[in-house]
Write a protein that binds this ligand. Structure first.
Ligand SMILES: [Zn+2]
Length: 93
């Protein structure tokens, strides 16, 4: 199995399993959690999944609301408010 080299803040180098890519691992020398390099792809999918989830949470109820209440100004107001809410949540992270 492939291993990744981690360099801890204390300058100790150690290897961790490939499966920990992009995660954290405790340094065997000082015991602190050290970041394992790599993993941009995993982060990308995490972000994408997050956005899809947010879109589902906001857009699906908005679409249902518009469908049952007609495409009124108030309906679009709910959609715009939902989008602003998502943007506010994302920016606050
Ligand atoms: Zn260390």
């Amino acid at each position: 199995m492939a291993e990744l080299e981690v360099i801890c803040d204390c300058d100790h180098r150690f290897n961790v399993p490939e499966s920990l890519r992009g995660g954290m691992s405790n340094c065997p020398s000082c015991g602190k959690a050290a970041a394992v390099p790599g993993g941009p792809e995993k982060l990308f999918w995490l972000v994408l999944a997050f956005w899809i989830l947010l879109a589902m949470v906001v857009l699906v109820p908005s679409a249902v609301y518009l469908f049952y209440n007609g495409y009124t100004l108030a309906g679009w107001g709910v959609v715009v408010f939902g989008c602003l809410l998502v943007i506010a949540v994302v920016l606050s992270m």
